[in-house]
Design a protein around this ligand. Structure first.
Ligand code: UD1
Ligand code: MG
Length: 462
């Protein structure tokens, strides 16, 4: 559905004082994405004529975040100072397209709004203005919708200006509106400064319309939770809980098992395929893709990584910007740092750290190892305590371990170095020279045995 007579204004200029933050409010992440991204995604769904984000506080930062993420040409409007929501709309109107007939106003801090609801609001928009309201159990902080005895909306009163009776009203203004362009252009200039706060309130447009006998269309949303506004970090948390529940329930319907969904952290960018199982306290973030039939166990942290099918990630493993292929087994307590690529059926066990390394199929590092800047070929076995000495204090060097090699326990591989196919290193060796295919490299001082040591020790003490 094209909506080529609709302009969408997204109010996003406020500093967000109540967030107590240097970061502009609309850039605060909600399950991994700045909250305003959700609003823009929903707006784009409608294919409007134009989208006008209104910016002011740290406008370059917000503009960059939007432009880079969406690759869409926004008609940005800038308020000199955020002097209130009506001033924001006034600024936006200077950018309105000539063909625009309707103006939909969304808030950068009301992120859970869905496109379906906007379609309904637009269908319902018959008069000059539609305000979107809902009922909220604890309405404090919101503008209250005041109706006359016949149920007609007569004004919206902000919390700060509300008297005790008005404060009891549970029907609130969601901050979402649809206006005819003509009406908006006529009435926005009529709004005056609020005497208490010195701000221009968009909500004052309602009483101005009522005064001129203009019919106000109100659209009441029954399920108001998706219209919560975020003004502080408690509300941010509440919105994230609601969104997380939606994400997890969608994944469950698609065939993913969550053993304890309330105790999982998952960002809205994560994809999981069917028959995978997510255990309690998993932390799944960023651009992470988890294949089918994979098990992510207790406390695993997975960030920006691609995990294949039938993979097992055991408890308390940390994986960042890495790739794990099908049927690999990782952990418990493994740390895969960026650019680790673990091929199919490879095993990375307890207390093994990898970084910028490729571990080919069937290779194993089962315990206590560090593999950095390395290529470990098929079926290599890396013993406990083996490490690649990849850093000489100035530069990083590469280690290449060829197919089938066996790296003995506590080997130090001083890079740059090549260990040949099926070569072996003796336990405890410090390997400083390349080892040819099939050879043994061992570096050890000769071991001594001193017989009767306990008697000698006593004698020496006297
Ligand atoms: C606003 C509404 C309130 C409603 C609530 C819903 C007004 C006066 N009040 O209150 O009735 O219940 O939203 O969430 O409109 N902004 C600008 N420029 C400004 C001021 C604000 O762009 O000069 C933006 C903010 O960045 C924010 C949005 O407008 O995204 C709403 O402003 P905010 O200060 O959060 O208003 P609320 O107190 O939440
Ligand atoms: Mg708000």
């Amino acid at each position: 559905m094209e909506n080529n007579n609709i302009s969408i204004i997204i109010l996003a200029a406020g500093k967000g004082k109540r967030m107590a933050s240097d970061l502009p409010k609309v850039l605060h992440p909600l399950l991994g994405k700045p909250m305003i991204y959700y609003v823009v995604e929903t707006a784009l769904h409608l294919k409007p004529l134009q989208i006008i984000p209104v910016l002011s506080y740290k406008k370059e930062e917000v503009e960059k975040a939007l432009t880079e993420n969406f690759g869409y040409i926004f008609d940005f409007a800038y308020q000199k100072e955020p002097e209130g929501t009506a001033d924001a709309v006034k600024t936006a109107l200077k950018h309105i397209n000539d063909r625009s007939e309707k103006v939909l106003i969304l808030s950068g801090d009301v992120p859970l709004i869905k496109a379906d609801l906007l379609y309904k609001i637009l269908q319902n928009h018959i008069a000059e203005l539609t305000i979107v309201t809902t009922h909220i159990e604890n309405p404090s902080g919101y503008g209250r919708v005041v109706r006359d005895t016949e149920g007609r909306v007569i004004k919206i009163v902000e919390e700060k200006d509300a008297d005790n009776n008005e404060k009891l009203i549970k029907e609130i203004n969601t901050g979402i509106y649809c206006f005819s362009r003509q009406f908006l252009e006529k009435y926005i200039p009529k709004i005056t400064k609020n005497k208490i706060t010195g701000e221009y309130y968009l909500t004052d447009i309602i009483s101005l319309a009522v005064r001129d006998n203009i019919k106000i269309n109100s659209f009441l949303v029954e399920e108001g939770e998706s219209l919560i506004g975020i003004n502080n970090r408690i509300e941010l948390y509440k919105a994230s809980l609601k969104l997380k529940k939606e994400l997890i329930e969608k994944l469950m319907i698609e065939g993913v098992t969550f053993i304890d969904p309330t105790n999982v952290y998952i960002e809205s960018t994560v994809i999981i395929e069917r028959d995978s199982v997510i255990h309690p306290n998993a932390f799944l973030a960023g651009n992470t893709h988890i294949g089918a039939n994979t098990v992510i166990e207790q406390g695993a942290v997975i960030i920006d990584s691609k995990i294949g099918s039938k993979v097992k990630i055991k408890p308390y493993t940390v994986i960042e910007q890495s790739e794990i292929h099908d049927e690999a087994v990782i952990g418990p307590f493994a740390h895969l740092r960026p650019e680790s690529v673990i091929h199919s059926k490879a095993k990375i066990g307890n207390f093994v750290e990898t970084k910028k390394s490729t571990i080919k199929s069937g290779a194993k590092a089962n315990h206590l190892a560090y593999i950095g800047d390395a290529l470990v070929e098929e079926n290599v076995n890396i013993g406990a305590g083996a490490i690649t000495c990849n850093y000489d204090g100035e530069k990083k060097h590469f280690t290449h371990i060829k197919k089938g090699a066996f790296i003995g326990t506590n080997t130090s591989l001083v890079a740059p170095i090549v260990i040949g196919e099926n070569a072996v290193t003796g336990a405890g060796s410090v390997i400083t020279k390349d080892i040819p295919d099939g050879a043994l490299g061992v570096e050890r001082a000769e071991m001594k045995i001193i017989l009767n040591w306990h008697k000698i020790k006593k004698r020496l003490k006297k």
